[in-house]
Design a protein around this ligand. Structure first.
Ligand SMILES: Cc1cc2nc3c(=O)[nH]c(=O)nc-3n(C[C@H](O)[C@H](O)[C@H](O)COP(=O)(O)O)c2cc1C
Length: 397
């Protein structure tokens, strides 16, 4: 986690977190890890932008001291109060009691609520500027991207945007912090989408509002607080974000997510046939077994694809609970406006579709064809499964 020099006097201090198993206690990052990027600007006035999680504060302050004596830091800008960026605050205050904390008006209240800190704080307003010498900061209010107090900070002379959670992603960029360090960005874009759907998607409208505020602003570098710093092609991540945000209210991409789960294998016998039918239709397809795949990895497909096929049995008069949990999380993350179809096995009275009808009402998903069958699927059921998948795929394609 050595500091990186972004420009002559702007540095990124990325903390590499490889020990957290579940980000926010929910989202698996054991394989991928995550970074907490903090930024230092050295000028006539010295500024630090965001911090890191409390767990890493000692190492973080050690690295910070290689760049500056904390006692010489004039300002700490808090873009976002979430503890993965502010957890080191008490330790920082001890090392740099003179540093004036700058944040939105809501941040001032939250500093008291979360840390009991009330002194040496100043709130900044939307569009306010702060001269540092040869650098100048502009504060851009971005409420609900991702908490109500959130703001972005823009450095005018280098055209660098510090947007905290926005444009960030899971994953540790081991071979360089810049987008230009990688010939293939697909891993980071996949993890940025997963992060978006897990953390930010519920706030797609505020993201679009923030996007409006950024339009016309020259952006040479996008320096988020998680993951890559984008300075080769900063527009790439902006465009991706705006596209993903638009799926909060507009139709998503022409693709299908096939979600399946089974207790004893009867529904799963049908999955292969439905899948073959979907593939035969030519529609782009993503398949997830909800009993083995954490919802964190399922949300990206649900967000991106217009169509969803649900394959799961009836359980105690309702839908198989593991599938219910996925749909509940999709509702929380505001995965709305989908075309859906259902297939699944039941033993006597059924009931899965009762749940689906009520759940889809809340999410504005349209339930089209239903293919349910008693016990194990017959040869005829399997044939019907192929045709059902093909028809649904064609309706989306
Ligand atoms: C715990 C449990 C609860 C069930 N509850 C119902 C029910 O309320 N109504 C019904 O029609 N079938 C019910 N069934 C029967 C299953 O829906 C049926 O066995 C089905 O074939 C299971 O599909 P699967 O092999 O894909 O898990 C239940 C089965 C289990 C194991």
């Amino acid at each position: 986690m050595k500091p990186n020099q972004l420009s002559e006097n702007i540095f990124c201090l990325p903390v590499h977190d490889r020990s957290t198993r579940l980000f926010e206690g929910l989202w698996p990052i054991e394989k991928e890890g995550i970074t907490y990027n903090s930024y230092l600007i050295r000028d006539e006035k010295t500024v630090l932008i965001d911090l890191c999680k409390e767990l890493f504060q000692e190492d973080y302050l050690k690295e910070l001291r290689t760049l500056v004596d904390p006692a010489r830091i004039d300002y700490l800008v808090i873009n976002h109060m979430e503890p993965d960026h502010s957890g080191a605050l008490h330790a920082f205050r001890q090392a740099a009691p003179q540093a004036l904390i700058l944040g939105s008006a809501k941040t001032v209240k939250m500093l008291d609520d979360f840390f009991g800190i009330t002194a040496n704080i100043r709130s900044v307003s939307d569009g306010e500027e702060l001269d540092l010498g040869s650098h100048k900061l502009r504060f851009i209010s971005a409420p609900m991207v991702h908490w109500p107090e959130t703001m972005f900070t823009y450095e005018v002379s280098t055209q660098t945007l510090f947007p905290c959670d926005a444009f960030g992603g899971y994953g540790i960029p081991e071979n360089g912090i810049y987008d230009g360090d990688y010939s293939d960005l697909s891993y980071f874009e996949t993890e940025a989408l997963r992060y978006y759907t897990n953390i930010v998607a519920a706030f797609s409208k505020p993201v679009l509002n923030a996007g409006d505020k950024l339009s016309g602003l020259p952006l040479r570098t996008i320096a988020p607080s998680h993951g890559l710093v984008w300075n080769k092609d900063p527009q790439r991540i902006v465009e991706l974000y705006l596209k993903w945000s638009s799926y909060g209210k507009e139709p998503a991409e022409k693709g299908v997510t096939l979600l399946h789960g089974s207790m004893y294998g009867n529904t799963d016998k049908m999955v292969a046939e439905v899948r073959r039918g979907l593939e035969a239709s030519g529609v782009p397809l993503t398949v997830h077994d909800v009993t083995t795949t954490p919802v964190s990895y399922i949300l990206p497909a649900l967000w991106i694809n217009q169509g969803v096929v649900i394959g799961a049995p009836t359980y105690e008069g309702t839908l198989f609970p593991t599938m219910q949990m996925v749909l509940h999380m999709a509702e929380i993350k505001r995965v709305f406006n989908k075309q859906a179809a259902y297939f699944g096995s039941y033993g006597w009275g059924g009931g899965a579709t009762r749940f689906l009808n009520a759940q889809f009402e809340k999410m504005n998903w349209k339930l089209g064809e239903v293919l349910d069958f008693v016990g194990q699927p017959t040869e005829d059921d399997l044939k019907a499964g192929f045709a059902f998948g093909k028809r649904f795929g064609e309706s989306i394609r």
